[in-house]
Design a protein around this ligand. Sequence first.
Ligand code: GDP
Length: 363
Amino acid sequence: GIKCGIVGLPNVGKSTLFNALTKAGIDAENFPFCTIEPNAGVVPVPDPRQSKIAEIVKPQREIATTMEFVDIAGLVAGASKGEGLGNQFLANIRETDAIAHVVRCFEDENVIHVANKVDPKADIEVINTELALADLESCEKQLQKVTRTAKSGDKEAVAMKALLENKLLPQLNEAQPVRALDLDDNEKALVKQLFLLTVKPTMYIANVNEDGFEDNPFLDQVRAIAEGENAVVVPICNKLESEIIELDDDERDEFLADLGMEEPGLNRVIRAGYELLNLQTYFTAGEKEVRAWTVKVGATAPEAAGVIHTDFQKGFIRAEVISYEDFIQHKGEQGAKDAGRWRLEGKDYIVQDGDVIHFRFNV
Ligand code: GDP
């Protein structure tokens, strides 16, 4: 599954966010294959298209596609040198696919700030510096290694050495993240081998007060930083989210309408994580269940089949495909067939976001 790690300084609102996310979460029993640690929660990726399909198909059940969030607490300055829970913290981040970095953008005299002052720029720097230092160490080790092999003329080692010396080390020495570098495809492939932390797709969760979504200089600071390093910003009021999540459905709709919101802000966090990782959704729609599945943008039909089961990928024959728009417009499979909008696609077909697919395969 896809894993997103929540990081940030103490008292910025990480646990509040994590608790709200996991309360929005689903029963683990629906997902027998994932064991969930106390600091990890599986949440459904909200997708209104799924219920539109279900209205037509009327299945016994609906299953959303999911994302896992992990609360990675315990970062203090010096983590990269093993201070506090430092090493554990860094190991936990290494296992994630993306990072949600919570930044305090609210004033509240009742909530102590670790540096006694709300200062998003300084806060972000503390965390990013630790991550950069950890990467710096990995890169220095790697440089020693490839310097030896590069001498014997190994092409890849020569390329790695140049990349480390000319781009990665200078960037990390400035405590800047590797994701902010402009790299070509070859360089990207080399960087992948290094399992760096600062290359992970990152979103800044700007935790604002109820009235802090506009004209908020703290939020502007976060936006400016994100822009410079290929990261995205999701402004949210975690405190409000933790209240919204306690309401039942009717109350929630009313509450959101009063606030002028269409949906809980949590949905934006979940979706931003999804987009950050360049993921998209396709659907399977049968009488038993309508279900959403996650694939990388650009995945082929057999790769998409493999998300359901490896046997589906191995024995792939064809995919019966109806685009989401056609499925809705023609009121389901039969209607789409009658209108000539039902397609048989082969192994080279690139799955499109929202496709409704039925796989044919050999067992
Ligand atoms: P963590 O240490 O980063 O996990 O922070 P917590 O989630 O425990 O939050 C620290 C304190 O800040 C708690 O008392 C929260 O109730 C409070 N808090 C969290 N988000 C907000 C917010 O958006 N506005 C205000 N005023 N307080 C918040």
